[in-house]
Design a binder for this molecule. Structure first.
Ligand code: DOR
Ligand code: ZN
Length: 343
């Protein structure tokens, strides 16, 4: 096949950032996606309340409105759920347009220094209950930073918490974001329909060897950290299998080059500039290019109960070189060739 047409994508996990970086990165996603879920771990202002949601939405819309050929793109807004998030804040955020709440467990990733301490706390349990009652899905960065737990084990040790939540809130929609292990894939498969997982393009490409196996590669460093070969195989199988519990959430996470190439580099892989092109390559290699559209443009919408996007994008099979840097950020696969181009 030399051409692939896809319904405009739903990228169910994006870091659009704020300020000049927002202006830099948003046009890429808006070019091929009809919607993108905007993660709330922004700084200096995190998205915690209805007011924050409105402020962030305005900021995103201002950038979109400034683009030539204004693309049809809708940002889907979220708030961050912390220990002090109340049921009232959930209702207020929903009224302000938030469609999900995201939990970052304390200390597991970029900007999680004020993340959730305790998933079974009284207060947060009331908040989860409120989310279930008003129909706001819970998105989880599923890792725990425990004593004597290696970074490679953080996702696996989180899974019992996921199962407890699923049991306690049987009608709450939960998304385990950016799954990275075979055991997490198996766990999601065994859960009910209201539990799903997103998969990133970079976790379909990388193993831990690509991060620290041959020189330290800061542009491959991300959380959850890429794992082993069997894990990556399980992710490819899940993404290309046609199981609607697994859909695209790229976790495109730009950081300026100097924030990555330093002694304590930030975690995050910037895939937005190469996302559909790279996914076409991955699905083609797996022999399932015909299933790409389900993963990118159908299963996420179905899970969230959204209508499918209108409009389409076309990819053509033609080699191109990913630039070494795009404005302030180094994109994934910088300086290497990709097989598919966005027409
Ligand atoms: O690698 C990551 N970067 N993982 C996350 O969960 C957050 C993200 C970021 O915000 O940079
Ligand atoms: Zn993320």
């Amino acid at each position: 096949m030399e051409r692939v047409t896809l319904r405009r994508l739903d990228d169910m996990h994006c870091h659009f950032r704020t300020g000049p970086l927002l202006t830099e990165v948003l046009p890429f996603t808006a070019q091929y996606a009809g919607r993108g879920i905007a993660m709330p771990n922004t700084r200096p202002r995190a998205i915690l309340t209805g007011k924050d949601v409105a402020w962030y939405h305005d900021g995103i819309m201002r950038v979109l409105d400034g683009l030539l050929n204004r693309p049809t793109f809708e940002p889907l807004m979220t708030i961050e759920i912390r220990d002090n998030t109340t049921p009232e804040m959930i209702v207020e955020a929903q009224n302000a347009g938030a469609m999900a709440g995201k939990v970052y467990p304390l200390g597991v990733t970029t900007n999680s220094n004020e993340g959730l301490h305790n998933f079974s706390g009284r207060r947060v349990s009331r908040t989860f209950q409120a989310m279930q009652d008003v129909g706001i899905p819970l998105l989880i960065h599923g890792e725990l930073d425990q004593e004597r737990t290696l970074v490679t084990q953080r996702e696996e040790v989180f899974l019992p918490t996921l199962l407890r939540l699923a049991c306690k809130f049987p009608n709450l929609k939960i998304v385990l974001e950016h799954v990275s292990t075979k055991v997490a894939v198996e766990t999601i498969k065994q859960c009910g329909e209201n539990i799903a997982a997103t998969i990133t393009a970079h976790h379909l490409c990388l193993t831990l060897n690509d991060v620290i196996g041959d020189g330290i590669k800061p542009h491959h460093a991300c959380m959850p950290i890429p794992k082993g070969f069997a894990d990556r195989d399980a992710l490819i199988e899940a993404a290309t299998s046609g199981n609607p519990k697994f859909f695209l959430g790229s976790d495109t996470a730009p950081h300026p080059k100097e924030r990555k190439e330093c002694a304590r580099g930030a975690c995050g892989v910037y895939t937005a500039p190469v996302l559909p092109q790279l996914l076409a390559e991955i699905f083609e290699k797996a022999g399932h290019l015909d299933r790409l559209e389900n993963f990118t443009s159908r299963f996420g919408a179905m899970f969230y109960g959204l209508p499918l996007n209108e409009g389409s994008i076309t990819l053509t099979k033609k080699e191109w070189m990913v630039p070494n840097q795009i404005k302030s950020v180094v994109p994934f696969r910088a300086g290497t060739k990709l097989q598919w181009q966005l027409a």
